[in-house]
Design a protein around this ligand. Structure first.
Ligand SMILES: C[S@@+](CC[C@H](N)C(=O)[O-])C[C@H]1O[C@@H](n2cnc3c(N)ncnc32)[C@H](O)[C@@H]1O
Length: 182
């Protein structure tokens, strides 16, 4: 069996094993992100969500494969042809917005089920993404992102500051962070 076709929960076990033992040799496309698992566990259908920062589309693909998506808004400054091809099977469920995330916010509706922040990784960009997109998530929705780890202190700072300022509960697993909107 091709590794791409191994069920995601098995990929996750393998990923966690390698993470635990310090051998982060698996590419990101081999596992489903913790935030996606959290959204999946809500069991909600026809979800409207956003991914900020799409790049090769690997995470977008796992979102589309594993969640009941009505519309996934995909935001990036520039989309690779290969990314659009990779996600072409889901063209009815995706909307590509080729803009900086701050400019793209106006093209994204309110009342979202989830937002995944993985675009610009510097402090100001993450801070702005959180401030612009958190209000767009509905009550009970999931707001989170990637690279909450020691290699990305700008992200940790922006997330911690927002959580502290608004007295929110922060969750994390692997390199994912998230908030359940109250
Ligand atoms: C780490 S990659 C995203 C990876 C993807 N989320 C995944 O896990 O498969 C970051 C992406 O964010 C995009 N990006 C960086 N700054 C951005 C910004 N301010 N607005 C929109 N996209 C941005 C980059 O072009 C790049 O494709």
């Amino acid at each position: 069996m091709e590794f791409e076709n191994v069920p995601y929960y098995i990929k996750n076990i393998i990923y966690e094993f390698y993470t635990k033992y310090g051998k982060r040799i698996l590419p990101t496309r081999t596992y489903i992100r913790a935030v996606t698992v959290v959204v999946e566990k809500t069991g909600k259908k026809d979800l409207n969500g956003v991914e900020i920062g799409v790049d090769h589309g690997f995470n977008a693909k796992t979102i589309l494969e594993n969640l009941s998506i009505k519309k996934l808004y995909l935001i990036d400054v520039k989309f690779k042809k290969k990314t659009i091809e990779r996600l072409s099977k889901y063209r009815n469920k995706t909307k590509f917005i080729e803009k900086y995330s701050d400019k793209a916010a106006a093209d994204v509706p309110n009342n979202l089920d989830f937002v995944y922040v993985d675009g610009g990784h510097d402090y100001n960009c993450v801070k702005k993404d959180i401030e612009l997109y958190y209000p767009k998530v509905k009550k009970g929705g999931i707001f989170g992102g990637h690279d909450f780890d020691a290699n990305h202190m700008d992200i940790c700072r922006a997330v911690f500051e927002f959580v502290q300022k608004n007295n929110l509960k922060l969750y994390g697993k692997n390199s994912d962070w998230w908030i359940v909107k109250g």
